[in-house]
Every structure is written in C-alpha cells, then in structure tokens.
Design a protein around this ligand. Structure first.
Ligand SMILES: O=P(O)(O)O[C@H]1O[C@H](CO)[C@@H](O)[C@H]1O
Ligand SMILES: O=c1cc[nH]c(=O)[nH]1
Length: 235
C-alpha cells in the first residue's frame, strides 16, 4: 500500500495505462482487458490489472493536472516497480491541422508549470520528452491499425481555463494540442529511468470550437486505447 494506492506489491503490472478520468480507467479495464481485477478505490481513483493479448497490463486513473498525475506516477514507479507508462488522455486541439477524434502522439510536452523550475532551479528550461522506442513503436502500430496519428510537441498547462496564454504564438511554433499532465509524466520517467509516452485524443478544439460530450470522452476514444495497448504488447 502507498499513500494513494491500496494495492499490494505485485498487484500492479509493470506496464500501466494512465487516463486522467478514473471512469475511463474502469471502461478500459472492462472493455479491453481479460479478467480485470480492481486493485484501487482510494479517492475513487480506480486501478485495475488484467491481461491484453496475453500481456499483464494495469490501468490507473490519475486525476487532473500535474500535481495529481505526479502523485500516481511517483507511487507507481517508486513503490510498485512500474517500468512503462502510457498516458491515454483527452486533449484540446490547437493546430488547425488537428480535429476532434484525431489521435496525437506526444513527442515532447512544453509547459507553463513551475515543475521544471522547481526541479532544476531558475534559468533552466528542461524539455521533457517521451521515450523514443515507445513513440516509434506506437507510430508503426497505428499505421498497422490504419489509425492516422499526428506526432509533435504538445502543451501541458496548469490551467484548463486560461485566457492569458498566447496560444497563437505556440501554434506558430508548432504546438499541436494541449492537456494537463504529460510534462510531469515525462519528467518523472526521466528521473527514474523508466519509459513513458502520451497517446491523446482531440476532444475539443480551442480555435475552431469543435467539441465532444463528457460521455464520449469517457467511453468512445477507443483508437488511442488500442494504439497504447498494442504498443504495450510490442514494446
Ligand atoms: O481526459 P484526461 O486524461 O483527464 O485529460 C484531460 O482532461 C482533463 C481536463 O478536462 C485534464 O486532465 C486534461 O489533461
Ligand atoms: O486540458 C485539456 C484537455 C482537453 N481539452 C482541453 O481543452 N484542455
């Protein structure tokens, strides 16, 4: 048991999918995993372990934002020995080239969060990046599944509602989409020498106003889940 996860050692697989929404964790486990067993209900942040194509895989809700995912990533890696972490999250489109339901593989995660300066001190703008092996495998898995994907720099921002950000400048510099966790996931993966990738689905578009419903965000973004699971099996 850790501070926020009531699982026993060994209950959690060494590969974990991490949706922000705990109900998406339940949906993934019940829809895609064989023999899923719930190992965590603390704070209703559900965690399950089962098998997918014969591989033992867990899925753990992380809650929203960098502080929350940092708690789960730290405990999963340090206390449960997790080695490979896939965030499977929703994301707001920024580039005009992405649209609702598109799948994005995050190559890197820019941020306005203080987590970088809190880690490295003032003046150091460290760039958290995903694991190249996972990224490469996921890209080819998606091609095999005929699921179009965009690969690029995303933003992990501290605020969902943020009028002050100069989004156009970020778009001009190639940022594709925004969410709220990947910077911390990639930073912690680097710190602990484990592998991480974020596989995202565009749930809404910040420029065009396209959107989806909360139920669609919980239960219908299957392409990113298949890409993450098949990558987990191969990587
Ligand atoms: O759908 P999830 O995985 O929660 O991810 C996105 O959705 C939440 C905001 O609605 C934030 O957590 C953001 O990163
Ligand atoms: O953080 C997020 C996630 C989905 N959509 C957004 O606009 N922002």
């Amino acid at each position: 048991m850790s501070n926020h996860i009531e699982a026993k050692k060994g209950d959690i697989a060494d590969t974990v999918l991490l949706p922000g929404d705990p109900l998406r964790a339940k949906y993934i486990a019940e829809t895609f995993l064989e023999n899923p067993v719930c190992y965590n209900k603390v704070r209703n942040c559900f965690g399950y372990t089962g098998t997918y194509k014969g591989k033992r895989i867990s899925v753990q809700g992380t809650g929203m934002g960098i502080p929350s995912i940092s708690i789960y990533a730290n405990e999963l890696i340090s206390e449960y020995g997790v080695k490979t972490l896939f965030r499977v999250g929703t994301s707001g489109g920024m580039s005009p080239d992405v649209h609702v339901r598109d799948v994005v593989l995050a190559q890197s995660a820019s941020t306005d969060s203080s987590i970088i300066q809190n880690t490295f001190g003032p003046g150091m703008y460290y760039t958290p990046i995903s694991d190249f092996g996972l990224l490469d495998t996921a890209y080819h898995v998606a091609q095999d599944l005929k699921i179009p994907v965009r690969v690029g720099n995303i933003l992990a921002e501290d605020r969902f509602y943020n009028d002050e950000m100069d989004r156009q400048k970020l778009i001009d510099y190639g940022v594709i989409a925004t969410e709220m966790e990947s910077t911390a996931l990639f930073l912690l993966a680097a710190k602990y020498h484990v592998r991480a990738l974020s596989v995202l689905t565009i749930s809404n578009h910040l420029i065009t106003g396209e959107s989806t419903t909360p139920e669609e965000r919980e239960k219908s973004f299957n392409d990113m889940i298949k890409v993450a699971l098949d990558t987990a099996v191969k990587a």
